[in-house]
Write a protein that binds this ligand. Structure first.
Ligand code: FE2
Length: 345
């Protein structure tokens, strides 16, 4: 490959003249911004064990009242991007959020899309676009772009959930903002009931939803049952995975990030090919190891890890008797829409 000229090769007076005129020579940086054959992601493979997060999150509950936080969140920041950037990958933000009994995280809406994956506790709920969604462990709750949402807690123990947002992308695009609103009045009608059975959706001519996001809550019991039945029905299938979809369009449930549930059979080792999007793994039940790039990460229940794009990953369920269930988030819908999606063997 041709060696390109360096900045230091240029006379200082010429570089000064470029600076004064807000001009930059491309060739010294060309190989960095467009490296040969494969990108060089800043995203590093990294794991965030829940046992490290939980005590600090509970401490935040003592140190900072909800009124002073609005959202009491510890952000899972990837050091490859710098902690201050508060991003797990180029487009994914992860936060672990605590809501204590009786607390209310007030209503607001914002441009970034979000989802919640409930990690522990009972009795919390999210009202999204007027739909009151119970929050049970393993449930996926959507709060897509522009929809009002608030969180409350009628139970008697702390509730924790994992927030996944496309905030880094919205921030980079300079479109990130929020609006505060009044407390929502829940309305009747729940998408998790109307669309409870895949393949049987409310008939369009009478009841087609005017909502772009007709289903906001994806109960874990349904996703778990779908995985177990898929595993039984297809013993030949290596990747026992389901995608959280919009039940009316069949497409991804949100526009930018994709969300999935994966089951590893007892003792299974699964190698996923290198793909352009970065990916997050969060263990809902059981334990798994994730090997990617130069990192071997042992994940227990409620642990979370992130791997960069362009890296294959080998997942292993160490239990010989029990399946492991993981929640996945990736940037695949975004890459596909932009025509940038790639898989490499
Ligand atoms: Fe929010």
């Amino acid at each position: 490959m041709q060696e390109l000229g360096r900045l230091e090769d240029l006379p200082q007076d010429y570089r000064d003249a470029l600076n004064r005129n807000h001009l930059v020579p491309l060739w010294p940086s060309l190989r960095n911004v467009m490296p040969p054959h494969v990108p060089r992601p800043r995203t590093r493979p990294i794991a965030w064990p829940y046992q490290a997060i939980r005590p600090l999150l509970m401490q935040a509950g003592e140190l900072t009242p909800i009124e002073k936080a609005e959202r009491r969140v510890l952000v899972l920041a990837n050091p490859g991007h710098g902690l201050e950037k508060m991003q797990a990958s180029a487009s994914i933000y992860l936060g672990m959020q605590l809501l204590l009994p009786g607390e209310w995280a007030p209503s607001h809406r914002h441009t970034p899309n979000a989802v919640r994956m409930v990690v522990e506790g009972q009795g919390a709920w999210s009202t999204v676009d007027g739909e009151k969604c119970p929050m049970e462990r393993g449930d996926l709750i959507l709060t897509p772009t522009g929809l009002w949402h608030e969180h409350g807690h009628d139970g008697d123990e702390p509730v924790v959930w994992l927030d996944v947002l496309d905030l880094p992308l919205a921030y980079y695009l300079e479109v990130a903002y929020h609006i505060d609103g009044p407390r929502q009045q829940p309305r009747p009608g729940r998408g998790d009931r109307a669309y409870a059975r895949g393949g049987v959706a409310p008939t369009q001519v009478f009841t087609r939803s005017a909502k772009p996001y007709p289903m906001l809550r994806y109960p874990w019991k349904d996703a778990r049952a779908a995985l177990l039945e898929l595993a039984t029905d297809r013993p030949d299938l290596d990747c026992v995975q389901v995608t959280y979809t919009n039940p009316e369009t069949g497409g991804d449930c949100e526009n930018i990030l994709g969300f999935y549930a994966l089951m590893l059979r007892p003792g299974q080792t699964l190698t996923l090919p290198a793909r352009s999007p970065a990916c997050v793994f969060h263990v809902i039940e059981g334990g798994a190891s994730v090997q990617a790039v130069d990192q071997h990460m042992e994940l227990s229940t409620a642990d979370t890890c992130c791997i960069p794009g362009w890296a294959s990953a080998t997942l292993r369920n160490a239990s010989a008797s029990e399946p492991a269930f993981l929640f996945l988030a990736d940037e695949a819908p975004l890459h596909r829409k932009l025509g940038l999606y790639e898989t490499r063997a």
